[in-house]
Design a protein around this ligand. Structure first.
Ligand code: TGC
Ligand code: FAD
Length: 392
């Protein structure tokens, strides 16, 4: 078993910009990850199982709904604290961060922002502790980048609605107690519904065979005439803007998380390069290896600065969707590039599970695709700066 020696890298003294509370939250998340997750993560990824026994611990470090008010069971933290927790989780594994960001931004966030008071009181406290786990159903087999084309829909029937359709690629669906599902009503308007495990006609088959995000469960959501009470419809917002608003929050978390994965790859390559001797000296002494390391820490530092500023803007309620897109796209691309370079720096050892790099690299292939692909985020930036919509 590998010892987790990670200490963090802060080339531009970013810690000076953090409050004492933010540093405490980050350090607590890091310590928990080192003790509880680092020792088991390689085996979980190899066996393709999500380690469910970690859920209460994730709740305890505030990873579920960090910014949800305390009256609903959340930690009532600011956005930078949320980002730092995501960074520490993804420093270990993107799947671990996925579980926390889906629960926080894609399940708790819509219930908090668009739900009734009764829905908030019923679901949020149990989601905050990890007693209940939720998932988010937007993507369909034929509608990924274009969720507005979804065909999952419902018709009214007395106090209930009858839901039909299917969602695919849904993180945590195989074991989630609830699913926040986006579906069209009879008028073709998109609404969010809370579908609960046990409702007749609702099934969640697991999708196996992923070479990426193996320590995170992914599945489908199948709705075959599922009767859902109208009281489970989120009343306060409808239209595609409702799920897209949740994605803003989740993409923000991913922008921070990707820095964590990049830091772990950089840290591993730096340590290895100082220890590995070839041609009579450490490979860290060769200019080509130094170039790789210097470029890695430069890109990480740029991403840290970008993301910290985004956190400030989000704390002030001023971050735009396009700014969040730019940070998600830049940081994930930065992380995957560093993972590929770091893997090469370890030579043959880079492919082994004794080191985390190959796992990060494979995980990041999902991260660069989900929550809006690399191309989609570029087009969001393109639309923002030119005023021309390339999607229509
Ligand atoms: P478009 O016409 O641009 O917008 C439709 C309506 O939504 C409004 N809107 C927003 N509202 C709130 N927040 C935002 N961020 C918003 N962005 C847009 C917009 O004003 C409009 O409102 P209205 O009143 O005029 O109707 O929509 P479009 O159909 O052209 O699509 C735009 C596009 C392609 C950018 C968008 O659909 C998109 O982002 N596609 C990517 C899909 C995506 O990211 N899926 C993610 C699924 S969840 C997931 O991957 C979870 S992974 C989980 C994990 O494990 O971490
Ligand atoms: P497509 O939309 O078919 O895109 C294929 C390619 O075409 C991409 O390269 C894309 O960039 C490109 N493309 C598409 N449209 C355009 C365009 N207009 N211009 C230029 N290029 C374009 N979804 C959820 O709802 N909930 C979840 O919890 C969830 N978890 C996920 C977990 C994993 C592990 C993965 C891999 C995915 C998950 N997703 C989830 C789905 C994810 O959001 C989608 O995969 C993603 O939005 C892309 O959709 P798609 O795979 O259908 O690709």
């Amino acid at each position: 078993m590998r010892t987790d020696l990670f200490q963090g890298h802060d080339y531009f003294n970013m810690d000076d910009l953090l409050t004492e509370e933010q540093k405490l939250i980050r350090d607590a998340a890091r310590a928990w990850v080192k003790q509880e997750v680092s020792p088991i993560i390689e085996e979980a990824a190899e066996k393709q199982v999500f380690p469910k026994h970690l859920l209460p611990g994730l709740g305890a470090i505030g990873a579920f709904g960090p910014y949800i008010p305390e009256e609903y069971g959340g930690a009532g933290l600011d956005q930078i604290s949320y980002g730092l927790i995501m960074q520490e989780l993804e420093r270990c594994d993107s799947g671990l961060r996925s579980t926390a960001s889906v629960q926080s931004s894609l399940v708790m966030y819509p219930i908090w922002k668009y739900g009734s008071e009764a829905q908030k009181m019923k679901f949020l406290p149990k989601l905050a502790t990890g007693e209940w786990i939720g998932c988010f159903g937007l993507t369909e087999p034929d509608h990924g980048s274009n969720p507005g084309g979804m065909i999952t829909s419902y018709v009214e029937d007395g106090d209930d609605v009858i839901l039909n359709g299917a969602k695919m690629w849904i993180s945590n669906s195989p074991f989630a107690q609830i699913a926040v599902v986006w579906a069209k009503n009879e008028a073709g308007r998109i609404h969010g519904l809370i579908v609960e495990r046990g409702m007749e006609g609702f099934t969640t088959p697991t999708m196996k065979g992923k070479w990426s995000l193996r320590a995170s469960d992914t599945g489908e959501l199948i709705f075959d005439n599922v009767r859902v009470p109208k009281s489970n419809i989120l009343p306060e917002k409808s239209g595609l803007g409702a799920p897209l608003g949740c994605l803003d929050s989740a993409r923000f978390g991913i922008a921070w998380g990707a820095i964590g994965a990049a830091l772990d790859c950089y840290d591993t390559a730096l340590r290895y390069s100082k220890e590995r001797i070839q041609f009579g000296k450490p490979i860290a002494a060769f200019q080509l290896q130094q170039k790789k390391l210097a470029e890695m820490i430069t890109e990480i530092t740029k991403a840290q600065l970008l993301t910290f500023r985004l956190g400030q803007l989000r704390n002030e309620g001023r971050a735009t969707t396009a700014q969040i897109s730019m940070a998600k796209r830049n940081n994930v691309d930065m992380a995957i590039t560093i993972a590929r370079e770091a893997r090469q720096m370890l030579g043959a050892m880079g492919i082994m599970n004794e080191y985390p790099i190959m796992r990060h690299m494979m995980n990041l292939e999902s991260v660069i695709t989900y929550e809006g692909t690399h191309d989609i985020h570029l087009l969001i930036t393109g639309m923002d700066i030119t005023g021309e919509n390339a999607f229509k």
